[in-house]
Write a protein that binds this ligand. Structure first.
Ligand SMILES: [Zn+2]
Length: 343
């Protein structure tokens, strides 16, 4: 009886249970075997498609900005201009025509890149416009007529033609990092060393906006400046911003620089009862940059300032200095923006 029971169980095992075990394990193997392949394939396909899409979008965006909608801040009028025609007015407003052609070309590429970056990333900043003509908001722009009015008439035509030729020589060229247009900040004079964007604005630490040194910037009038201010003037300026501002001028430490950035700019400063950022002190006191020292003779403060502008990205006088020493626009751009490409 036991023998029959054994055969019966063996028969059930072989006929019904064994096939189930085999099928399950094979299916399991198939799943395991297929999983990595399909994941890889999907992943490869995704990457290719994504990259393709990104490149395609980038090209489309780039082409889209061949015409710029410029907001004239004084009149509120929006003017549509072909990109290079718009850039004639930007370069004319932002850089002296007397600068070396390689510096002007670098400025044209920087301005084109900045414009495209703004247009791509600042959607809604200006309604129905890509960019405005206010240098404090976007970047400066001047019409040919206005520019001519401020030039010596005998040089005006040649100056304008020099700018037009430099912009035209760079048509279509922009600065990219990882294939994307960079946020191409620029300023007047770095005082010999530029600043990281992080130290000035916080937020994003753009990998291409690092601190770099440039020689020759001390040869320009923008290199140094001085602001002299009476005790009362300083107090009033601070009170305009902080109504509870207090200061005891008999205290020799009534103004104290607390911290410098790695490029020797003022990071934090204590003025009276207020501890503020160097950038804020620059705005309140009307200084050309955050690279400053001060002295006090009991009646007035003397602020001695090095450089002109925020110090981030390309220095215009630095660009001209490099160009006059033989650098071309590509070398200038790659000096001020770390790890970038021009395409
Ligand atoms: Zn603007």
């Amino acid at each position: 009886m036991k023998k029959y029971l054994f055969y019966l169980l063996a028969f059930v095992f072989v006929v019904f249970i064994l096939p189930i075990i085999c099928t399950t394990s094979l299916e399991g193997k198939e799943i395991v075997a297929n999983a990595p392949n399909s994941t890889n394939m999907e992943s490869d396909t995704d990457q290719t498609e994504n990259n393709g899409e990104q490149i395609q979008n980038f090209d489309e965006n780039y082409l889209k900005y061949q015409t710029i909608r410029l907001l004239h801040t004084k009149t509120g009028e929006i003017e549509e201009l072909p990109m290079d025609e718009y850039l004639y007015g930007v370069v004319a407003a932002e850089m002296p025509a007397s600068y070396d052609v390689e510096a002007l070309k670098a400025q044209a590429i920087v301005a084109r890149t900045y414009t495209i970056y703004q247009a791509m990333h600042s959607i809604g900043k200006h309604e129905n416009a890509d960019i405005c003509d206010d240098y404090g908001c976007c970047q400066a722009w001047i019409s040919k007529e206005e520019r001519f009015a401020s030039w010596n008439p005998s040089e005006a035509e040649a100056n304008w033609q020099k700018i037009v030729d430099c912009v035209n020589a760079t048509t279509g060229k922009i600065i990219t990092y990882n294939g994307e247009p960079i946020n191409a900040f620029f300023h007047s004079n770095s005082g010999g060393i530029t600043e990281t964007s992080l130290n000035i604005w916080g937020g994003i630490d753009y990998p291409y906006l690092k601190s770099v040194e440039t020689s020759g910037e001390n040869g320009y009038t923008q290199y140094s400046s001085e602001v002299i201010m009476s005790k009362e003037e300083l107090e009033n300026k601070m009170k305009e911003k902080y109504s509870d501002f207090k200061i005891d001028f008999s205290d020799s430490n009534c103004i104290q620089i607390l911290e410098y950035t790695s490029s020797n700019r003022v990071k934090t400063i204590k003025i009276g009862n207020k501890e503020i950022a160097g950038t804020e002190a620059r705005t309140i006191l009307g200084l050309k940059s955050t690279n400053f020292k001060f002295s006090f003779d009991g009646n007035q403060f003397i602020f001695s300032v090095i450089g002109n502008g925020h110090g981030v990205g390309m220095s215009q006088t630095g660009a001209d200095s490099m160009a006059k020493s033989g650098s071309n626009y590509e070398e200038i751009i790659k000096h001020f923006y770390t790890g970038v490409e021009i395409k």
